[in-house]
Design a protein around this ligand. Sequence first.
Ligand code: CA
Length: 430
Amino acid sequence: MTLNASHSAQLKSWVEAANDPLCPFPIQNLPMAIFSTSANLRKRAGVAIGDQVLDLEVLERSGLLPTGLVPNGLSPTPTAVFNRSSLNAFMALGPAVWSAVRSTISGELSKATSDWRLFSQLLTPLADAQLHMPVRVTGYTDFYASREHATNVGTLFRGAENALMANWLHMPIAYNGRASTVVVSGTAIKRPRGQIISADKPTPVFTASRKLDMELEMAALVGTANPMGDPVSVAQAQEMIFGFVLLNDWSARDIQVWEYQPLGPFLGKAFATTISPWVISREALEPFRVDGPQQDPQPLSYLRQSAPHNYAIQLQAQLNGQTITETNFKDIYWSSAQQLAHHTSGGCAMQTGDLLGSGTISGSQPGSMGSLLELTWNGEKPLTLENGDIRRFLEDGDRLSLTGYAQGEGYRIGFGEAAATILPAPSETG
Ligand code: CA
């Protein structure tokens, strides 16, 4: 993928709010979501521009988008893709169509070329739009690709000498999570109950988690599939990625630490995963590609990458409105393309709608860690919030929000928000 007219920092929109340098949704972004309104309850696809949502269902029906020209497999009949309750049908069409649609929308929303009077009828204020799950998540795999995070957690769980396991520098480590409990921002999260062991007792009890945590992550969404038995290269994997969202891999540390050996996390993470509603296309992030950390030892040949596949994306987490950590996606050790290539390397088929969590993104500086486990050092060093509240882990009623953006010259590619409020655990009697 190369830079094109849609990436120009000079490009302006006739939707004036989009031209504010701090607006998360300038014309260079054009993220997609599934939305509805009180006037039209049907879920359909939209693009954010400034403070508005552009209705892609109506735009597609008008014949202005190149999706309608794509034959559906063997059928000569064009198939609409934006009148669906997920982006999956569009994501399956592949990079050439994704790019053609972006180019068309960019042209129509830019000042120079558009008949804005026609298009302004297709806009709905963002404030009036209800946002839904953007994608039908077919599979969810969560990686563990930040060296700083893996070192911190390894030190806490196993001691400094065994912090980074022998395999970590040779492959992207992951576990298979639950697609069924991936939810969109705004969905409340119930504190889980589970088996918990305490240091002074030989046997566990079944009770509400007392160490409910967040994990600040990015996630790649797989657009095009690979067949079972056909691994892909890192370069091919990069082309399969449709876009990115923010992801919070909620984690119950007291459940996790008892259950995770020998097969990895299970119920300590399976109760909920939150993603942001706007999918930022890989193409929108093209100007923000950077080299990741030097990989030493050199990865095996199937994991080597010849182009920069990391992205410079500023990230932060807020607890009850107060920023508790700031970090950056650019420092992740294994890129999303390497993660995806590794995922297919043994023959695993990846599907349209598969979600690949990056792993918790922690920086090397204090205040740049992506989990409370690290920020409070497993509760030993509590955070004191500005209002005097003390937190080791999350409490009922807490609101945790992840945000992020890539900073361009005079504009920023915003990711919106992945947020949720914590509800009490279900009662023991039901
Ligand atoms: Ca995780």
